[in-house]
Design a protein around this ligand. Structure first.
Ligand SMILES: [Zn+2]
Length: 496
């Protein structure tokens, strides 16, 4: 039986976002489990839709001895601080040295980490790990769908496998796939051939969704090429808000035969290139979206996706542009989630359910944002502890701190003390709001919400209210991308 080290590190860095990821953000974990080390692994992730959970299940199931390292994740934000990176990577390397001789290594990585001192957090992590374990030990990682993959990441690992869904309903399944690949490398004792190719355009988050074309079709074709050739392929559409040369989409693959592996990756690349213009859709201004939603017939809710303030992409989850538009448009039966404002939640708890309050809500963390001032009624209070129910977060233990449901006119706002994407119906139900009964649901999320809300919505409108995750990457003031990269599909070309 083999001795296999397992660990993980996740951060998706929006280099244009207002707040950095400190060590404390990783210690708490945001919407993720907090930092885990050692034996705690076996209970912390059990039953969760996370790659580490799937990998542990497969590797343990095969009878191997697992040596847990550190696992940590923080909510997407601006750069990871040098302190946080060095402390966590230091723990991982210490744990690896303490583990003694190992036969293989699995890492649960995101793959889009920019730190205060490094462009490519994962490439450097893998390089340092190789310096400890040597180049022979099989090293496999899973990667997020939004990984910004670099040549160093490819060089210092033997095999990487990306998620195939956005919303990410296959995180656990990807961990299992990566673990199975690791077991096959252990068995054959042969390093696979690899090929990595970048794609020449950035893909906006709202149009990366795999519940729609073109992404759905591309992943069907990816699976067909794999079945035909035996290559292990990934298409990572990338996280288009990181100002460094390897920001963007990529395809890569692994196989036993160099020629066949190359051909499989090239075929996949051609498929993505051919569909470039399809990564597009309509984006509404906030007032236009509210008016359009109010024109729709009663019945199922219309979802307004506040994509630019998505805390899953570096948004502060407290901008007020869409809330202002809902109130200005006299929306009725409208509910918004999640407004991150610990002070407002505290004020609501102090005032009590049923009380009237005048306060400035949200709008605190980004430059140029301001709180929404108004008179609210405290409709309901919550402790922020509940269990996720949707396809992505079902079973996840939420801990959003003190929460409150504040009403202004026909608009109700779910206020929380910690950030989480408005992507699971349980967030509303915790405060007594029944999502299917609302006329308008305003969600601070880009795509993840679709897993749980598309089935109950009559339509989904993507809205461009102020926030840190610009819906059109061409709007970011990039300075350090690769020359020639198109800033959106068929869009303007980056020139330094
Ligand atoms: Zn992602």
């Amino acid at each position: 039986m083999a001795r296999i080290a397992v660990g993980g590190l996740h951060h998706e860095t929006n280099t244009f976002a207002p707040l950095k990821a400190t060590y404390e953000e990783f210690a708490l974990g945001g919407g993720w489990p907090g930092l885990q080390r050692g034996e705690a692994f076996y209970s912390a992730f059990a039953g969760m839709n996370l790659p580490i959970a799937g990998a542990i299940e497969v590797l343990k199931g095969a009878g191997h001895t697992l040596l847990p390292l550190v696992w940590a994740a923080a909510t997407p934000s601006a750069h990871v601080t040098e302190d946080a990176y060095e402390r966590i990577v230091g723990m991982m390397l210490d744990d690896l040295r303490a583990a003694g001789p190992i036969d293989a290594l699995y890492l649960d990585l995101h793959g889009a980490m920019v730190t205060e001192h490094l462009d490519d957090g994962e490439g450097e992590l893998l390089r340092r790990i190789r310096a400890v374990v040597g180049s022979d030990i099989p090293l496999v990682t899973s990667l997020d769908f939004h990984a910004n993959v670099t040549p160093e990441m490819i060089e210092f690992s033997d095999l990487m496998i990306g998620y195939r869904t956005y919303p990410h309903v296959d995180m656990e399944a990807t961990g299992k796939r990566a673990a199975e690949a690791l077991l096959s490398l252990l068995e054959t004792r042969r390093k696979p051939h690899k090929l990595f190719e970048t794609l020449p355009f950035l893909i906006p988050l709202p149009w990366q969704c795999t519940m729609a074309e073109p992404a759905a079709g591309i992943f069907r074709e990816l699976a067909a090429i794999e079945a035909e050739t035996g290559a292990r392929l990934s298409f990572t559409p990338g996280f288009p808000a990181a100002d460094f040369p390897y920001c963007g989409a990529a395809v890569f693959g692994y196989g036993g035969d160099p020629g066949k592996t190359r051909a499989a990756v090239q075929r996949l690349k051609e498929i993505v290139l051919k569909r470039e213009k399809e990564f597009a859709g309509r984006i509404y201004e906030p007032d236009e979206a509210v008016a359009e939603a109010l024109r729709r017939p009663a019945g199922k809710p219309v979802v307004l996706a506040d994509t630019q303030d998505n805390p899953g992409a570096g948004g502060s989850s407290d901008t007020t542009g869409l809330l202002e538009a809902l109130v200005r448009g006299r929306a009725e039966q409208a509910a918004l989630a999640v407004m991150w404002d610990p002070a407002a939640a505290q004020a609501a708890h102090a005032a009590g359910a049923g009380a009237d309050l005048t306060l400035g809500l949200g709008g605190r963390s980004g430059e140029g944002h301001r709180p929404f001032r108004g008179g609210f009624t405290v409709e309901r209070l919550g402790d922020g502890r509940f269990t996720g129910t949707g396809p992505m977060w079902g079973g996840a233990q939420m801990n959003l701190g003190p929460m409150a449901l504040l009403r202004i006119g026909g608009v109700r706002v779910v206020v929380a003390s910690r950030k989480v994407q408005g992507a699971d119906q349980s967030i509303f139900r915790h405060l007594g709001v029944e999502p299917p009964a609302e006329r308008i649901l305003a969600l601070k999320s880009s795509v993840h919400f679709r897993a749980d809300f598309a089935p109950i919505a009559q339509d989904i409108l993507v809205v461009k209210a102020p926030g840190a995750m610009l819906a059109d990457p061409a709007d970011f003031p990039f300075r350090r991308l690769r020359p020639g990269l198109r800033l959106r599909p068929l869009g303007p070309v980056f020139a330094p």
